[in-house]
Design a protein around this ligand. Sequence first.
Ligand code: PGA
Length: 255
Amino acid sequence: MRTSILAANWKMQKTVSEAVRFLEAFLPLVADADAVEVVIAPPFTALGRCGEELEGSNVKLASQNVNNEEKGAFTGEIAPAMLRDVGCSYAIVGHSERRALYGETDAFIAKKAGALLAAGLLPIVCVGELLDERESNRTFDVIGRQLAGSLAEVPVERASEVVIAYEPVWAIGTGKTATPEIAQEVHAFIREKLGEAFGSAGKDMRIQYGGSVKPENVYDLMAKPDIDGALVGGASLDPDSFAKIVQFEKQGVAQ
Ligand code: PGA
């Protein structure tokens, strides 16, 4: 049984005081959400304070990025052990914005994922096709290549701890969610590839969907067999909205 994982990716948004205000409103709303895993990824500057606020709560902390090196002359970079130090359990790697805007390659993402596992943190590895790749029927090629490349340094015995986020780039921040059917089709393909790479551990790996997830569409997405969670940008910035996403089962009843 895979535990659903709902994660908030705040991107470059929220100061420390804004993050704290969010948590003060959000934590009571999700205090009884014990059947799912809830994760918040604030910007680096708010991690330490959020780590303190989350102590003893049922919500986990993630970073939005990490460097693969342990320490040294890497100006501007943050090491896995530094993230553990401030209370992170997870780190997002390979987000499409990092791939597109900062030139991150699958090989670099693979190193980050390997370094996170070695340091006792769990990677959320993002993959996703561009609009023109989908329109030219290259979705499965692209996703297959990104998975093979980005997971190359995940040891088989650790694979079940790794989370994959399928985020079609054309759905991120656009309001255009993939239909549950389109998402499930790709998730099933990802599940098949994980099985090829990691054997039976592939069945235990959680695959989140990301791209314009909102309270109104999360239930139908989560109802699909290979969708095990959501990585949420815009709709995670407001505590009520993200709490509704965490309580996705109630959204189904309401409709
Ligand atoms: P969005 O972002 O929910 O705003 O589309 C998702 C993401 O980029 O992780």
